[in-house]
Design a protein around this ligand. Structure first.
Ligand SMILES: Nc1ncnc2c1ncn2[C@@H]1O[C@H](COP(=O)(O)OP(=O)(O)OP(=O)(O)O)[C@@H](O)[C@H]1O
Length: 488
């Protein structure tokens, strides 16, 4: 592996003009210091805004640890993991480019966290666990809520199970009656709690009887199984997009590696949290204090895009994994470019026609199709965008579907996480769509959860807009999303 440092803006400009994959081998001196430090005395963390090179650092750290293991003999594996399968696949591709030495490359196992949980349970129990789809799960909890006669919807009860019971590894009613419920805004008096516990126990019993699992249950079970093993399976664990893991997944990772020097290396950005998980790492036996680094320079996006996109977050600080507030202070880019273009279309058809026109302009200016993404909040609009582009003669594929060759990538904000493109169009950024009422908890059901829902929707739009390297185009019909900043 050869790495070099891109020190200042001039060299950065040079690095940015190289093909995407080559960027991975350029490290800023600060990134180099973090990734290639001889040893950390325990878990270490890197946080920073979009494009600040966290994934790059995680890849280099994994490569460094793998080379070290390979040099010292046959034993030991590095786990490189993240929360989504498509991101794990991208990490693996990039790692293969970074680690030239086959012996070292084979020392790294790259796996999405769900696959790790599934594999651990499968190999320990000798059975192939059947998972339940999210829509089926939601339907089951809606039905359970109706049967219970309680004044709570299925969504509330499902979250109570995932965010309180599974998060805190609560196994019985007594523990549930006594627990704190951080992040939940509806008080549950003792009698109500007992009734809620009964619904949770019934629903989880029903899943068990049907032989079905959720991925969070699998992570929970995998952690329990690994705890019983004599030796943890990995020597080092490197985690990218750490802000989106659930406490059960952290318990799994904690038990997957023995506590000690260089056990866990985490990279993440609390402002890009798009799942509902609240985590206090120190309460899970992962103490990063004294080993936390903040990276501030965006190597992806222009200053103009950052200036426009950061206000989408609404100015609130986000809770970091180390418990400290994170406010993106000092987050900046050395690269200048065009301001984002924001278009108000008269109606949906006009919005789609304008999108096709914009994509055509980018293609005609020489941007390769796979470096263009069209990002939407909901599937229906992604499908409409694909239909429009196809009719205009533009080849497309669904974002995250694995087909990237010569196609414009069209898909959901959730799938855009961790990716980057030269040109990004965010369509459907309209009031009533971003945020959509259906994804928000009712104020009278749980105001705290509603506030978290709103922040998550802001983060999603922020993530989508910060996928752009050079050009960002945002469109809406009617009124703009209340999260959209004014164009200066
Ligand atoms: N020192 C550097 N010089 C030039 N380019 C760099 C440097 N470090 C990272 N990059 C490039 O910047 C882009 C963003 O890096 P990366 O994906 O690692 O950021 P990130 O912090 O993980 O972003 P996000 O949080 O949005 O997923 C990538 O194209 C990467 O190759």
């Amino acid at each position: 592996m050869s790495t070099s440092a891109a020190a200042g803006p001039d060299e950065l400009g040079d690095a940015r003009s190289r093909p995407f994959v080559v960027w991975r081998t350029f490290l800023h001196p600060e990134q180099h210091r973090i990734a290639y430090r001889g040893s950390y005395s325990g878990p270490a963390q890197v946080s920073g805004g979009p494009g600040t090179g966290k994934t790059t650092i995680a890849l280099h750290r994994a490569a460094h640890l793998a080379h070290r293991l390979a040099a010292h003999g046959p034993g030991g594996t590095v786990l490189l993991t993240t929360y989504a399968r498509n991101l794990a696949e991208a990490l693996d591709r990039q790692l293969a480019l970074l680690v030239g030495d086959e012996r070292a490359y084979r020392r790294v196992e790259v796996s999405g966290i769900d696959r790790l949980a599934m594999r651990t349970v499968r190999s320990a129990l000798g059975l192939y666990p059947q998972t339940v789809s999210r829509p089926d799960l939601e339907r089951a909890w809606d039905a359970a809520a109706r049967r219970s006669g309680l004044p709570y919807g299925g969504g509330f009860l499902l979250r109570e199970w995932e965010q309180v019971v599974l998060a805190q590894d609560i196994r019985d009613e007594e523990a549930y009656l006594a627990c704190a419920r951080p992040g939940r805004g509806t008080r549950l008096p003792r009698g109500r709690r007992a009734a809620v516990w009964r619904v949770i126990a019934e629903e989880t019993g029903r899943l068990r009887a049907a032989g079905r699992w959720t991925y969070l249950q699998l992570a929970d079970e995998a952690a329990r199984l690994l705890r019983e093993r004599a030796a943890p399976p990995y020597r080092h664990v490197v985690v990218d997009e750490a802000q989106d893991l659930h406490p059960a997944q952290w318990r799994l990772l904690r038990t997957a590696v023995a506590p000690g020097p260089d056990d866990l290396f985490l990279t993440g950005d609390p402002h890009q949290r798009i799942h509902d998980h609240r985590v206090s790492l120190s309460s899970l036996g992962i103490e990063v204090r004294g080993r936390s680094h903040r990276v501030r320079i965006s190597y992806r996006t222009t200053q103009e895009i950052l200036d426009w996109a950061v206000p989408i977050l609404g100015g609130a600080s986000a809770a970091g994994l180390d418990g400290a507030d994170d406010d993106l202070e000092g987050y900046r880019s050395p690269v200048r470019g065009d301001r984002p273009a924001v278009l108000r279309a008269a109606d949906a058809a006009t919005e789609m026609a304008a999108l096709a026109g914009q994509v055509r302009v980018w293609l005609d200016s020489g941007v390769e199709p796979s470096a263009i993404a069209v990002i939407t909040r909901f599937f229906g609009m992604a499908r409409a965008a694909r239909e429009t582009l196809t009719a205009a003669g533009v080849p497309t594929a669904f974002l995250g579907g694995g087909d990237e060759r010569d196609t414009v990538q069209v898909g959901l904000m959730h799938k855009a996480k961790g990716l980057e493109f030269r040109c990004v169009a965010v369509v459907g950024a309209s009031a009533g769509l971003v945020p959509h009422p259906s994804v928000l908890t009712a104020e009278d059901e749980d105001p705290v959860t509603r506030a978290l829902d709103l922040q998550r929707e802001r983060s999603l739009l922020f993530v989508a807009c910060t996928r752009a390297r050079d050009r960002l185009y945002v469109s809406y019909t009617g009124d703009p999303s209340p999260f959209l900043p004014a164009v200066p």
